[in-house]
Design a protein around this ligand. Structure first.
Ligand SMILES: Nc1ncnc2c1ncn2[C@@H]1O[C@H](COP(=O)(O)OP(=O)(O)O)[C@@H](O)[C@H]1O
Ligand SMILES: O=P(O)(O)OC[C@H](O)CO
Length: 499
């Protein structure tokens, strides 16, 4: 048997997944690693943990499938985005822990840059906001705060990379310092119009450009894994940040197609085609994928708390034992009560971007109990998605005038997409069909396809799109008046919650 090996290096664990010739999953393996919180708002990983859990997962998945390295045609790597590593190119040791995408340590400095009027330029060139989320400010922090780092960088002794880049450099035995366009697009120092690292931004942040990796297409010759690791050299032919990989895995190749991934948080991405549209609604513009030198742009919006609200029902309120119980409770809730839970546990993401506000619940009565809480929790995810999707399609429609009000496909995935109650309510709230595919592991599938297609093992874009299979379509069934009354109530609840 021949396989493609997909590596998914995520925020809490590393996974390896083997896909067979039919693009079906043959085996998976996963290993968690520690999270470090050295200060309030700081989040770090040990880069060696990231690498070692990747190696272990790859070895274990081969065992799991009774396969050997001879069976692997090519490797694809997808990863938590924005997380920043700086390492010594001679010793291979990181000069500081990986600063994780969730880390907010540079918030104050970002505000100063914003006050000085630099955000407009950042938005126009990178599609992003001036925010600690992105790699540029994390990289700046390391160079400014780790003793000797700036000088070493200037001397050409250090390298910077997002997690994909660090892993590839290690796997290639220090040979290839590369990344792909989707990961570069999340650094805030990459110009997504010209597809180049941006001199003006690097100079503003005082980042020496000699430490930056070469940026490749998503399906490309990235490197060969050195034979010391698995006993044989294997090409790495696919790389994409995890959310973009899911866009590809959902075969959202046409402008107007969107995917929404419901894990701990939720990330929605809309394909914009060849046009870089800067959002009027404070959404992010990013690179969806780059194939054969051609960039496909995308709009992205994220919700911080999606599946995490269900974890809160379980671990905080202790009113459910497992995530799937929330649905039964929602179905048993009193229909005459209308509770709104605004899960702003860590602020609200797009399109509000309010980091200071905190969660709230509205509409409580003497009769409100666990069932009503569970219902409000699940529904909050749909309301938040409507906020995002409305903002996205507003940008899309004002750009694509001929398509005025055209709403197209929304494909869903991630752990929480298995909740039928939530997905039906989502379809009702959006007044659009919501499609759930047979393969929910779309993140790994996306990068497996990129690697397999480059290696000539998998079909082209068209063939891959044809292989996408629907498991269930959720169609809107709520009448319009009810939908709008409910949504107005949500908007009112959000307004009362904002700081
Ligand atoms: N049946 C379900 N109903 C509601 N939420 C669910 C259900 N199953 C899983 N979840 C939620 O989905 C999340 C896990 O999804 P996953 O895609 O594995 O997330 P991540 O990759 O962020 O860890 C958890 O937050 C969990 O609460
Ligand atoms: O590792 P995940 O799945 O939580 O994804 C993290 C995102 O890429 C952050 O932007």
């Amino acid at each position: 048997m021949k396989y493609i090996l997909a590596i998914d290096q995520g925020t809490t664990s590393s996974r390896a997944i083997l896909f067979n010739k039919e693009m079906k999953i043959e085996a998976t393996s996963q290993e968690e690693f520690p999270q470090y919180f050295p200060n309030s708002g700081w989040v770090e990983h040990n880069p060696n943990d990231l690498f070692q859990t990747v190696i272990n997962s790859c070895k274990n998945v081969l065992k799991e499938a009774n396969a050997t390295i001879e069976d692997i045609v090519s490797i694809g790597i997808t990863n938590q985005r924005e997380t920043t590593v700086v390492w010594d190119k001679h010793t291979g040791e990181a000069v500081y822990n990986a600063i994780v995408w969730q880390d907010r340590r540079t918030a104050k400095e970002c505000n100063e840059f914003k006050k000085d009027g630099h955000e407009k330029m950042i938005m126009e060139k990178t599609g992003l906001l001036f925010d600690p989320y992105f790699s540029g400010m994390k990289l700046r922090w390391i160079l400014e705060n780790v003793e000797g780092a700036k000088q070493k960088a200037l001397n050409g002794d250090l390298l910077f990379g997002t997690v994909d880049s660090f892993l590839i450099w290690k796997l290639s035995n220090k040979q290839n310092h590369v990344t792909d366009a989707t990961n570069a697009a999340r650094t805030m120092i990459f110009n997504i119009k010209t597809n180049e690292w941006d001199k003006e931004i690097c100079s503003l942040l005082d980042i020496p450009m000699n430490i930056l990796p070469e940026v490749k297409d998503c399906a490309d010759d990235f490197a060969s894994v050195h034979k010391d690791f698995f006993g044989k050299e294997i090409p790495i032919n696919g790389v994409a940040g995890d959310q973009q990989s899911a866009l590809v895995g959902q075969a959202c190749f046409e402008p107007g197609m969107a995917k929404s991934t419901y894990g701990t948080g939720c990330f929605a991405i809309l394909n914009l085609g060849e046009n870089m549209v800067v959002s009027k609604n404070r959404l992010l513009t990013t690179i969806g994928y780059r194939l054969n030198g051609k960039t496909t742009y995308a709009l992205e919006g994220s919700i911080f708390i999606a599946g995490a609200v269900v974890q809160w029902l379980r671990d905080g309120l202790k009113i459910i034992e497992e995530a799937s119980n929330a649905q039964e409770m929602a179905l048993n809730a009193d229909e005459n009560q209308q509770l709104y839970l605004v899960p702003a546990f860590t602020g609200l993401g797009a399109p509000y971007w309010d980091m200071e506000c905190r969660g709230a619940i509205y509409g409580l009565t003497r009769g409100s109990g666990p069932n009503e809480f569970a219902k409000a929790a699940l529904e909050s995810v749909a309301y938040q998605t409507r906020d995002l999707i409305e903002a996205m399609f507003d940008d899309w429609n004002s750009f694509e005038k001929s398509n005025s009000n055209k709403k197209s496909v929304l494909r869903i995935d991630g752990g929480m997409s298995s909740s039928n109650y939530t997905m039906q309510f989502l379809s009702d709230m959006l007044a659009m069909a919501v499609d759930r595919p047979e393969i929910l592991e779309t993140t790994a599938l996306g990068v497996a396809w990129l690697a397999g297609m480059k290696a000539g093992f998998y079909p082209n874009e068209e063939g891959f799109s044809d292989s996408w299979k629907l498991e269930r379509k959720f169609e809107p069934s709520m009448d319009e008046e009810k939908r709008e009354i409910l949504y107005d109530g949500w908007k009112d609840a959000v307004q009362r919650t904002l700081s």
